[in-house]
Design a protein around this ligand. Structure first.
Ligand SMILES: [Zn+2]
Length: 364
């Protein structure tokens, strides 16, 4: 019954609206018994029955499935039922409003999460790009040491041109063991008393030797460029090092490097070393050029047996393709000569590097 009343009210309302539409400015339209709002209507399952009743009376065609939002008219016969309908409609509206609100909130959360994800991805990408840029940025440091932050383990990080110090597979020094004993070619020394200059370069005492001092091995000749000292010896022979070593650096006409190592043990005073010590520069990085001559032959042992292998410079830039010759017989230096150097450089030796299966040959 209440549905019927509701629909009748609805029909009246619609009739009023229709009259108003057809003649908006003429006779005043019939005042609807109730305000009707389409948004307030809802489909009702019982509408078919109601529709049949309405059609039977031949009244204004209505949309029986629509239940209007009725405010009880003054003449409404069943105010209690209308109130109930109104409550039902209000509840539906509130539910619809709440659902819309929830959907809005969910959409906002999804959008916020998407924005946060996008921002995090952008940040990660930026950080990765910065890391790559930092890694690719050429490094051009020049300061290096034998210990600490600038020590051998970090040489390759100081300067991009020193990469071989960590990536090289033929680095020096190495522990000389398991050498192949063969008849090695004899080394011919053609050294002469020569002019020289000295420098304390911050890593060692280096003696630059005047030209014309040659070492020949096989069919290759190398000219002596300079010699310098390490403490302790960088080379090991079957795991054993000595207190010091002299490296004689040679260069061939084609630019190939050969370093001859002469190990130093405690014993008699060495005349070559004494000449060098007598002329030490007073300040680092200052070259002194004494007016006397120096004989490099005084730095060579009597016996000429040796080890040989392919290695590298033992300091930055750790250049490879260096031919090494390590004399088997050590030379001697006095305790006083050793002590003097240790005051300047107590430790200036690179640790032993992996031999990586390199061939080591040694004199029979
Ligand atoms: Zn050296």
């Amino acid at each position: 019954m209440r549905h019927l009343i509701a629909l009748l009210a609805c029909s009246l309302a619609m009739a009023g609206a229709s009259a108003s539409d057809s003649a908006p400015s003429s006779a005043a339209p019939a005042k609807p018994v109730a305000e009707f709002k389409a948004s307030d209507a809802k489909v009702d399952g019982k509408s078919a029955d109601v529709k049949a009743i309405l059609e039977g009376k031949g009244s204004v065609p209505a949309k029986p499935s629509i239940k209007p939002n009725l405010k009880p008219a003054a003449a409404a016969p069943a105010p209690a039922a209308a109130d109930e309908d109104q409550a039902e409609v209000d509840l539906s509206v509130r539910i619809a409003e709440r659902l819309a609100q929830l959907r809005e909130q969910q959409a906002a959360r999804v959008a916020a999460a998407a924005r946060a994800k996008k921002a995090a991805e952008a940040k990660r990408r930026k950080e990765a790009e910065a890391a790559i840029a930092a890694a690719n940025k050429p490094k051009n440091g020049t300061h290096w040491t034998y210990e600490g932050e600038y020590g051998p383990a970090n040489w390759s990080n100081i300067n991009s041109a020193w990469a071989k110090c960590s990536t090289g597979k033929r680095q020096s020094p190495i522990d000389l063991r398991d050498g192949i004993k063969v008849d090695l070619e004899q080394i011919t020394f053609d050294y002469h008393p020569s002019s020289f200059s000295e420098i304390d370069n911050g890593h060692t005492i280096q003696v630059n030797v005047g030209g014309g001092n040659f070492l020949t091995v096989g069919n290759m000749s190398y000219e002596l460029q300079q010699f310098h000292f390490h403490r302790p010896s960088e080379e090991r022979i079957n795991g054993k090092g000595t207190e010091m070593v002299i490296h004689f650096v040679h260069r061939s006409f084609e630019g190939k490097l050969l370093v001859l190592a002469v190990l130093l043990e405690r014993g008699r005073a060495n005349p070559l070393i004494q000449t060098v010590w007598n002329n030490l520069p007073l300040e680092k990085q200052t070259t002194v050029s004494p007016s006397i001559v120096l004989d490099p032959n005084e730095g060579l042992p009597e016996k000429r047996e040796y080890f040989t292998y392919m290695g590298s410079l033992t300091e930055p830039p750790c250049t490879e393709d260096v031919l090494w010759i390590v004399m088997k017989q050590p030379m001697q230096a006095s305790p006083a000569q050793m002590a003097l150097f240790s005051r300047l450089y107590p430790l200036n030796a690179r640790p032993v590097q992996p031999s990586n299966g390199r061939m080591i040959k040694e004199s029979n």
